[in-house]
Design a binder for this molecule. Structure first.
Ligand SMILES: [Zn+2]
Length: 422
């Protein structure tokens, strides 16, 4: 099982995720894989290189299950709004005008953002891409995960051909160490026929869709009216043949076959018990991005209700157009703020194991268990003075180490380190 090159990493806390936190724990790594994990006192007679991280938490790298790296150049260009349709109109204007530095500047911003993600402890990403400029730069940054090639088209004709062509565009990226799939943007920007065609197409990744994000979307799917209807008309893509669903967006895309086991439902801000129950029944996953929801003026997701209903929850940051950072620890702090009743251990579980499973990569990532990849991070614990190594925090496992991680204490890049096996 282990070679002479295996190494041992020791830390004040080890978070296997699959088991409760271990105080003064160790992880043995060999050839990039986890061999064993447990309390330091049970390390046996390991005659291995030992790295002692001291006052740190050793844990699986984080999973950012929803971002749009290709929009990174928009950081700070689309200010927060009080209603989502205003925010989207401004985003579309900024995108149409483009970056004064051209495609190079857009790529550079995406590269910088991917590097910042790695430096804040993210190892897996679910990245949404319309343009497909991101797969190569994601792979080069060291991130792994899924690139979702997202289609938009409310007036689309010949949906089967559109899906086929999107699949062909992915071919040139197949040599990268990433998973690739075709998905729909949202129920108000993609025609019913195209959503159905995407749902039916063969794939190796989960489906994803922005759903239940705003009050305007709820109104549009229920009645065919409101600000979204006016925007579609203004853009010249309103389709009179579009059958008004007359229900909530979850029921609508379910009718189209899109709510499948593992479908990533991104946002779900405006869903009540019926839609949440439908997600649970279909085996869908909620990907929550609460800072983005606040930024675009769509409100706060009912996170606790999803956890109570047993819907798997993962977290994403969304793009730098609607979030100040791509640091998932910052997202967890917002989740903690809006859902104080959800145990910190569940929030951390969502940001690691649940996220990895959501991206279809749970067999390799998300927990510290023998056989999995050693895609681990160390988070330094900061004492009340703000200095490292003040050993009075955290005091006990449940109330402290996980609570510490979700309470806005973790600053990146200074507090986070990637564990790179030798
Ligand atoms: Zn998004």
């Amino acid at each position: 099982m282990r070679s002479a090159q295996s190494e041992v990493v020791r830390a004040r806390w080890v978070l296997p995720i699959a088991e409760p936190p271990v105080e003064d724990g160790f992880v043995e790594i060999d050839n990039g894989r986890i061999v064993s994990v447990g309390p330091w006192t049970e390390r046996g007679t390991l005659d291995r290189t030992v790295t002692n991280l001291g006052d740190a938490v050793l844990m699986p790298g984080l999973v950012n299950a929803h971002t749009h790296l290709e929009l990174s150049w928009m950081a700070g260009r689309v200010p927060p709004k009080s209603a989502m349709d205003e925010w989207i109109r401004e985003l579309m204007t900024v995108r149409r005008i483009g970056h004064e530095g051209g495609p190079e500047a857009i790529s550079k911003a995406a590269v910088d953002a991917a590097i910042a993600m790695v430096e804040s402890g993210t190892v897996l990403v679910g990245d949404i891409s319309n343009t497909l400029i991101t797969p190569g730069l994601i792979a080069a940054s060291g991130l792994r995960g899924v690139v979702f090639h997202e289609l938009i088209g409310f007036a689309a004709t010949d949906p089967e051909r559109i899906v086929r062509e999107a699949g062909h565009r992915l071919e040139e990226h197949r040599t990268l160490p990433l998973e690739l799939g075709v998905v729909a943007h949202a129920p108000y920007s993609v025609s019913a026929d195209l959503i159905g065609a995407i749902a039916r197409a063969p794939r190796t990744t989960p489906l994803a869709i922005h759903l239940g994000e705003s009050a305007e979307e709820m109104e549009f799917i229920a009645t065919g009216q409101g600000p979204i209807r006016r925007t579609l008309e203004h853009l010249g893509v309103w389709n009179d043949a579009w059958p008004v669903p007359g229900c909530d967006p979850a029921e609508y895309v379910d009718r189209l076959g899109y709510l499948q086991p593992g479908t990533l439902v991104v946002h779900g801000v405006h869903f009540g018990p019926a839609a949440i129950g439908r997600l649970k029944d279909r085996g869908a996953v909620l990907v929550s991005c609460p800072r983005s929801n606040r930024w675009v003026g769509s409100g706060a997701p009912p996170l606790a209700a999803y956890y109570r209903a047993g819907v798997p929850v993962a977290f994403g940051t969304d793009s730098l157009a609607s979030a100040p950072t791509l640091n998932l620890f910052d997202e967890l702090a917002e989740a903690r703020r809006i859902a104080p009743e959800v145990p910190a251990s569940l929030l951390v579980d969502s940001a690691t194991r649940r996220g990895a499973v959501a991206l279809g990569l749970g067999a390799e990532y998300g927990t510290i268990e023998p056989g999995k990849r050693a895609a681990l991070i160390a988070v330094r614990l900061r004492g009340p003075s703000g200095r490292f190594g003040e050993t009075d925090v955290p005091a006990s496992a449940e109330t402290s180490v996980e609570e510490y991680l979700v309470s806005g204490n973790v600053r990146a890049p200074q507090d986070v380190r990637l564990i790179r096996p030798r």
